[in-house]
Design a protein around this ligand. Structure first.
Ligand SMILES: *[C@@H]1O[C@H](CO)[C@@H](O)[C@H](O)[C@H]1NC(C)=O
Ligand SMILES: *[C@@H]1O[C@H](CO)[C@@H](O)[C@H](O)[C@H]1NC(C)=O
Ligand SMILES: *[C@@H]1O[C@H](CO)[C@@H](O)[C@H](O)[C@H]1NC(C)=O
Ligand SMILES: *[C@@H]1O[C@H](CO)[C@@H](O)[C@H](O)[C@H]1NC(C)=O
Ligand SMILES: *[C@@H]1O[C@H](CO)[C@@H](O)[C@H](O)[C@H]1NC(C)=O
Ligand SMILES: *[C@@H]1O[C@H](CO)[C@@H](O)[C@H](O)[C@H]1NC(C)=O
Length: 430
């Protein structure tokens, strides 16, 4: 296969062709979207002219949404139902949209995908209310740690909040991968940490066998970039998964234990799920062992990509214009594997954490996103004739778009925290 990393790969690919294609590519897409491709972060001075827009885009009815959360309701299972009121912001009212997810700007012709909301099977999930969220976040701080899908979620949150207020740039470093925003009126800090593997890694070769890099992954060591700073946050949302199909060499206890598609002689090829499981465990263990972390950890579950009709690099695309219903698709292959690892590692950490008062939560959006093949940028992540090496993006999510629902999930869960009734297991919808 063209994108295999080494000679061992063929066997693996034959065993799990679909999965491999899906994942490998997914990741590659994440990789080819270059980090230096700057997106438009405006500074406080740019915000003044948005003042007038904020009142017109905010609907008073939002304040009156009834909170009907049923304490026994599992919000991870449900269906997408029509929502004529969406979307709640546009590319002109929100400046935080990453270029590659600004689908309307690049000519996406349909808007039907903006007109759905997530309806859990057993209850209502209220649409995100920015005022309620900001009110709960007074004097608090929230960090996103993970890959570009995590950044996608953070930008969605900033856009949803922009109906109420914009943050100022409070970054402590010029690095776009480590932004920090401040909502001054609420004394609320939002931060993002780029850590696509979540654990310590070294990029040993920028090209690698498949031009997606070759990485040394230290599976039992957390990435210091977040691990050293996590204690200052009240809430942290971790995500990861897409990068684990890249060519990697695995280390544990500083000893080489095997690799993923590395093609090195005498090095055992291990499944990506091996590296992923240990990485998630390392993250959760790091939190468990932190004496000073007093906040709440959310593990955001894996969001599947939706390539159809080919691989990412030979015509695979996501052209559907409607959500799936539950009977049209199911979680399988590597998606299911990664999700299962997250749920299992989460449960173990949650049990362990309870003894010491550590709070672990599962932000379980996997089933909801599995049903949204229509929510990706596809070819609308750049101008048609732009000379960029970008394939159809069926990994990230258009803004606005279905990823906005993750804030509905988050606010719902935060409300539960406030009411002290949250010890509810969430099971997979299988
Ligand atoms: C927003 O989208 C429209 C198309 O709906 C496009 O014409 C415009 O250039 C976009 N504006 C920005 C600022 O992205
Ligand atoms: C902002 O919140 C922090 C806690 O996150 C608190 O220590 C600080 O006093 C607050 N500042 C103001 C001006 O309210
Ligand atoms: C936020 O912090 C300030 C300063 O410490 C305090 O006066 C205020 O009551 C706090 N607000 C909330 C909602 O905790
Ligand atoms: C691989 O292992 C075999 C058998 O142990 C050994 O003969 C060979 O030299 C090794 N190759 C490399 C490149 O280390
Ligand atoms: C969790 O942390 C406690 C101490 O804070 C420790 O005793 C326990 O072994 C840890 N568990 C895991 C699985 O790391
Ligand atoms: C799938 O479910 C939808 C409603 O959720 C229903 O209208 C449709 O008939 C079902 N299709 C099949 C093949 O069962």
């Amino acid at each position: 296969m063209e994108f295999s990393c080494g000679k061992n790969t063929n066997n693996v690919a034959q065993r799990t062709p679909k999965i491999f294609i899906l994942l490998a590519i997914t990741l590659i897409i994440l990789g080819i979207i270059p980090l230096h491709h700057t997106f438009k972060w405006y500074h406080a001075t740019n915000l003044a002219n948005h003042e007038s827009e904020k009142s017109s885009t905010y609907h008073v009815e939002d304040m009156e949404i009834k909170i009907m959360d049923d304490e026994t309701c599992d919000i991870s299972i449900g269906e997408w139902i029509p929502n004529p009121d969406g979307p709640y912001y546009t590319n002109t009212t929100c400046w935080a949209i990453h270029e590659h997810q600004n689908c309307m700007k690049y000519g996406r012709p349909d808007t039907g995908f903006l007109k759905w909301r997530w309806k859990p099977k057993e209850c209502e999930l209220p649409i995100f209310n920015p005022y309620q969220f900001l009110d709960m976040m007074r004097n608090k701080s929230l960090a996103f740690v993970g890959d570009s899908v995590g950044r996608n979620q953070m930008q969605s949150l900033i856009c949803l909040l922009s109906r109420a207020v914009y943050p100022i740039d409070a970054s402590t470093s010029p690095d776009e991968n480590f932004k920090r925003w401040k909502y001054v009126d609420y004394n609320f800090t939002l931060a993002t940490y780029w850590s696509p593997f979540l654990i310590k890694m070294k990029e040993v070769n920028v090209d690698g066998p498949t031009k997606t890099g070759l990485f040394n992954l230290y599976l039992d060591e957390a990435d210091e970039k977040w691990a050293n700073q996590i204690e200052e946050f009240d809430y942290v949302i971790f995500n990861g998964g897409h990068w684990f199909s890249r060519c990697s060499v695995y280390y544990e206890n500083n000893q080489l234990v095997g690799c993923r598609y590395c093609g090195l002689p005498n090095v055992t090829d291990l499944p990506s799920a091996y590296g992923y499981q240990r990485a998630i465990r390392t993250v959760l263990r790091t939190i468990n062992n932190s004496e000073n972390f007093k906040g709440i950890i959310f593990l955001r579950t894996f969001a599947p990509s939706h390539f159809e009709g080919g691989e990412w690099n030979n015509g695979g695309n996501c052209v559907r214009r409607r959500p799936f219903t539950n009977n049209e698709t199911s979680l399988e292959g590597l998606n299911l594997e990664l999700y299962t690892i997250q749920v299992e590692e989460f449960k173990a950490a949650e049990n362990e954490g309870k003894k010491k008062g550590k709070r672990f939560r599962l932000l379980d959006t996997t089933q909801a996103m599995l049903l949204r093949p229509d929510g990706h940028p596809s070819k609308y992540g750049h101008w048609q004739n732009e000379n960029v090496v970008l394939y159809n993006d069926c990994v990230h999510w258009c803004l606005p778009g279905p990823i906005d629902s993750w804030s509905d999930f988050l606010l719902h869960m935060l409300k539960f925290e406030g009411r002290g009734s949250h010890e509810k297991p969430q099971f997979m919808n299988q």
